[in-house]
Design a protein around this ligand. Sequence first.
Ligand code: PMP
Length: 357
Amino acid sequence: MQQVYNFAAGPAVLPQPVLKQVQAEFLSYHGSGMSVTEISHRSSLFQDIYHDAEQTLRQLMGLPDNYRILFLQGGASLQFYMLPLNIATKRRAAYVDTGHWSQKAVTEAEKISGMQVDIVASSKASSYTTIPVMPTLTKDYDYVHITTNNTIEGTAFTQLPEVTAPLVADMSSNILAQNYPFEKFGVIYAGAQKNIAPAGLTVVIVRDDLLGQVTGLPTMLDYTLQAQKESAYNTPPVFDIYTAGLVFHWLQDRGGIAGIEKINRAKAGILYDYLAQSKLFSSPVAADARSMTNVPFVTGDPELDAEFVAAADAAGFKNLKGHRLVGGMRASLYNALPIDAVAALVDFMEKFEKGAG
Ligand code: PMP
């Protein structure tokens, strides 16, 4: 079979050793004679999986005891609404607009009855190729929302804004890929399908003092109840949580977030260094705002872009087409993508450049 490198933005590449372990254990989990997809979420087999995944994630992120980790469903998109529902007690929130996904977060928050959403900073003027500077906030906000990594635009926060209200983050596309001072956040949420597990799981991390603020919420949308029930009020995504646990251990074996960040930095460096000197391809993103996990690049000619994507696909470099909103190309370099894949891609781009020149 042809060697294939998967640069998809999500669902995305998972670690080969994890996939192999899933395969090996699939028919009979831990000698039970049952697949992990067949066991009860109330069984001790699953309870062990759940607690191990929760503990390993807590260790990886260095989360203190006053944070709850929830394994929910509905994607990051449900969190756009669920988060304000649970913590916007004053009905006033600040959002940083860094592109497509942060705008979706705003749109959903605005649907909450009586909600005032202020966009306090935006990188719209630079077509979202930068991360905006945070002004001093004078109003009393329930929270300040940022998108730590902008999957489509290829930007990321390196410095966190200094704010007095709880900082909350959509971390969908760089959770566990680079270190942040996680204890500075009130809430962190992320769809799992990029750096954690197959699609179907949403990780939500909530600081205790933000729980119990609002009563009478629909059961499935209530952080407090989900925390009390350890994410198992209803049937949790058993297979996803199991796979996530394996990915967390895989990450621990690679030196945790600090270890993988070093590799991610090296991976992104290979591609950005090549783009900096290429006469054909370039990065549209400001140098100090560049994402390590999602790297957009362009030739400046949509037809040539399409030609490149097709040639790359035929050579085994899959899913390099940029998001339909921005065009061009995008290489997603999540944790499980090996550094060899980036080196091979750059090699291929060099050859393509020579051919096009
Ligand atoms: N936020 C960001 C930053 C994303 O990249 C995505 C998905 N690409 C989403 C939110 C939406 O996630 P989901 O599909 O899990 O709802």
